[in-house]
Ligand binder design. Structure first.
Ligand code: RUG
Length: 818
């Protein structure tokens, strides 16, 4: 990139910029009582640097005609931006000093910021980590998504129950985004398709849409760490095309005049709060199409800026990564655009699509594999449905018939259309048929995608299905969130570990060094003291930083098995009540999780944990050996506070259900020891840290399959284990809810009468045993310190930089910008 080396900003210069924005952008001369104004001014000062770099990056992309990856994702869970941007721009110390000079603590200023919570969980957070790595590694990348007015709901607890309130992340503006009216798109919807005979005997399809929506782009700059690149996350907001019907307004129909606008704006109004469950709503379908259509138009516009009408370079310049099936309609939209708007033949359009799309699968759970009703498709996108039918016909008649001639059952099984009472479109099949690569997100998951989810596709298209193990950005998840540990690591790792995480391996040498152990564990303790303060202020519960901090933070889902953790806590309580001298290290169990608003059992689990916490936390008989806290409103910002303070990382999903997990990586990176099943990325974490530094328990994927075949009876486990039986009986009765028997029985009911679909009871005994081994290990402080240090040291593989480099090498084939 052609930039003259610029002198880094000094604290004085930075302060001048902040004061300038306080005076001229906020006109807040008297800012001493206004940290929000200071936050805004600091962000604007940072933006001066960011936009300069963005300009240079754009120029370099144009000069070098670089191939770009276009990451299409319905979700981005960015969190707060300021701290990360300061670190990535190497301005943290400068800003720290400048803000101190103005009479503030930088950390307090951060607290004024709002999370950009445009995602549900792991999938959206992964997208955010990937953007960070793409910019850090100087790749040309654009993230495309939706500019939701309301991100993921805020969670409060009312008498232990989850209450959802809207997320108002940009109620008072967002300094990190800029509107780009010059890139507005118009998006057709509904209507009908006309078949027009052409003079040459061919037919042309003309779509007459019933409605046009405007897509307004908001750009969020993505700053690379210690790199020259600033990429862009482009988020589309929906608006009505003709803003206002003045005739109607003047005639007094104020409501009608507004209705078209309201309808259009509804599209980008809210993020669907589901995670791993199908949100079968027409609005969600329209959201998906809306952002895909805007993005495809934008990708073409960017391409044409360089190549005008010459399409020969398109597939060399563009790769489109589909983050799950949510953006699948982009395939149909590109087909439609190429044929209807640019006169491509079917074959040429199809050949192009097969070269540019790649798809990431994030789940094996059948309920999360999207299907849309054909009837709805037909109503909303009639032209796209026609194209879909032709793709399917060709796929079945060419690919499937060639491999399995005359096999009707195979046709039905692989068809993109699922026949039945209601015909459905299998979005994942369309992705696999079209994409040139399909990847899972951890080795075990990708193996299962090949063997169990898409074995026929794997036979049909050898080499198409592959793996890219997930990763997390060490900038946010160590450098920024755990400054003390970061500084300690700087003393023993000579290279910039935040950019080359494998260099952390050098820390292994210090795993048995008494002085280093002390420093490492002192930092952990300081982080725990800080978190204890946060816990007190958020929940009112007093916890001791001398206890084990045992953390389970993730969306609430049965397969993630927060209820297994919960049953074990009840087991410990049972032991303590039977024997108050029961020998165990005091433990604080920390939960953070949002449940999808319509997910009954998930909400009951939250309620049960909160109810039981009330009792246990106030039971003097157990002498403070057990504490339970459920932190409200779990989100990126809270994760950044909890993770540095964690001793134990709970990764206890049913084997085969968690595709990867990424919280497991963040916690281990910060020196937490995992207790987990052989599921998702836990398998690879275990390989890296070694069996001595992780507590693995439970049935494996194969054992779970055998159980399925042989028949599983949860009652057998209930009757065989006295402790388990006792605690389940507590939940069925009124032990924790005097006078209200059965108030907490939903969990017990699902485990016993409901058949225990996630095999909680089958893993209970082994889990309890592993927990006991963990407790023993913690008692030996030297052993524990060694384990914690080695967890940090061995996380090199799990940087998202490595994931991105894997995508680049095996799928995207990009070259870094020079
Ligand atoms: O559940 C998966 C996690 O295991 C994974 O780590 C994450 C990122 O790959 O994606 C999560 N996921 C899957 N979120 N939504 C889905 C299905 O739509």
């Amino acid at each position: 990139m052609a930039t003259a080396t610029k002198k880094p900003l000094t604290a004085a210069q930075f302060k001048t910029k902040v004061l300038h924005h306080l005076n001229f952008t906020s006109s807040e001369v008297d800012f001493q009582d206004n940290p929000t104004a200071v936050l805004r001014a600091v962000c604007l000062a940072v933006n001066e640097v960011v936009y300069e770099k963005l300009k240079e990056t754009n120029a370099a992309h144009t000069d070098q005609k670089s191939r770009s990856v276009n990451y299409l994702s319905l979700e981005y869970l960015m969190g707060r931006m300021l701290s990360n941007n300061l670190h990535n721009l190497n301005l943290f110390e400068v800003a720290n000093k400048a803000v101190a000079d103005l009479g503030f603590e930088l950390e307090d200023i951060f607290e004024e910021g709002h999370d950009l919570a445009l995602g549900n969980g792991g999938l959206g957070r992964l997208a955010a980590c990937f953007l960070d790595s793409l910019a850090t590694l100087d790749y040309n990348a654009v993230g495309y998504g939706i500019h939701y007015e309301h991100g993921l709901f805020e969670q409060q607890f009312h008498q232990g129950r989850q209450i959802e309130t809207p997320d108002e992340w940009r109620e008072y503006g967002n300094p990190w985004e800029v509107c780009r009216p010059e890139a507005v798109q118009e998006i057709p919807l509904f209507g009908s398709v006309e078949t027009q005979a052409q003079v040459d005997g061919s037919v042309k399809k003309i779509w007459h849409p019933g409605q046009i929506i405007k897509g307004v782009p908001w750009d969020v700059p993505i700053v690379g760490y210690n790199s020259k690149t600033v990429n862009v996350l482009r988020l589309w907001e929906s608006r009505a095309c003709s803003h206002f019907d003045w005739d109607q307004f003047n005639a007094g129909s104020y409501q009608d005049a507004h209705s078209a606008q309201n309808q259009a704006e509804t599209i980008s109004k809210v993020l669907y709060p589901n995670d791993e469950t199908e949100a079968g709503k027409e609005l969600r379908f329209i959201q998906q199409y809306f952002f895909c259509a805007c993005s495809i138009k934008d990708i073409i516009k960017r391409y044409q800026k360089q190549y005008a009408d010459d399409w020969s370079e398109f597939a060399n310049q563009v790769v489109i990564q589909l983050n799950d099936t949510h953006p699948t309609i982009a395939i149909l939209e590109l087909m439609r655009t190429l044929m209807d708007d640019y006169d491509f033949s079917w074959d040429n359009a199809w050949a192009m699509c097969r070269k540019v799309f790649a798809y990431t699968n994030h789940t094996l759970l059948p309920e999360a594999l999207e299907k849309w009703a054909v009837s709805m498709f037909e109503r909303v996108l009639p032209r796209h449905l026609e194209i879909l039918y032709t793709i399917n016909e060709q796929f079945l008649n060419n690919d499937v018939a060639r491999m399995w001639p005359g096999d009707v059952q195979m046709r039905a099984q692989l068809s993109i259309i699922e026949e039945g009472q209601q015909k459905m479109v299998r979005m994942a099949h369309l992705c696999v048929v079209t994409s040139f690569k399909v990847n899972g997100v951890a080795q075990i998951h990708s193996d299962l995608v090949q063997s169990d989810l898409f074995p026929e596709f794997n036979a049909l298209y050898p080499g198409k299905l592959t793996n890219v193990t997930n990763g997390v950005t060490p900038r946010r998840w160590l450098k920024a969130c755990n400054p003390k540990l970061s500084k300690l690591l700087d003393t023993v790792v000579k290279t910039d570990w935040a950019k080359d995480l494998s260099s952390l391996d050098a820390v292994s040498e210090y795993a048995d060094d008494a002085k280093f152990q002390k420093k490492f564990m002192d930092i952990k303790h300081e982080n725990k003291v800080k978190l204890a303060g946060e816990i007190k202020s958020l929940t009112g519960v007093d916890v001791s930083a001398d206890a084990i901090f045992d953390v389970q933070i993730k969306r609430l889902h049965e397969y993630k098995r927060q209820h297994l953790n919960f049953l074990h806590i009840l087991g410990l309580y049972h032991r303590l009540l039977e024997n108050p001298d029961y020998d165990m290290q005091p433990r604080v169990f920390i939960f953070g999780a949002k449940a999808a608003p319509g997910y009954y059992l998930a909400k009951e689990i939250i309620y049960a944990i909160n109810k039981v916490a009330e009792r246990i936390n106030n039971d003097d008989r157990i002498q403070g050996k057990l504490k339970i806290v459920f932190m409200p409103n779990y989100r990126v910002t809270l994760a950044e506070k909890i993770i540095p303070a964690a001793d134990v990382s709970e990764q206890i999903s049913t084997a085969g259900k968690e595709a990867s997990g990424t919280g497991n990586m963040k916690l281990a990176l910060n020196g937490a020891v995992t207790i987990g099943t052989l599921d998702g990325a836990n398998v690879e974490i275990a390989e890296e840290v070694g069996d001595d530094n992780i507590f693995i328990f439970g049935n494996t994927v194969d054992q779970i399959k055998v159980m399925q075949v042989e028949g599983y009876n949860p009652w057998d486990f209930y009757h065989a284990d006295q402790e388990l039986k006792a605690v389940i009986d507590w939940l069925r009765g009124d032990f924790f809810t005097p006078g209200k028997p059965g108030e907490l029985s939903a969990i017990a009911h699902s485990l016993l009468e409901g058949g225990d679909p996630y095999r909680v009871l089958a893993d209970y005994a082994d889990y309890a045993k592993a927990q006991q081994a963990l407790d023993e290990a913690y008692k030996d402080s030297k052993r524990w310190a060694r384990m914690a240090i080695l967890n940090t040291a061995k996380m090199g593989k799990f940087t998202s930089d490595r994931s991105i480099q894997d995508y680049v090498n095996n799928i995207w084939k990009l070259t870094p910008i020079k």
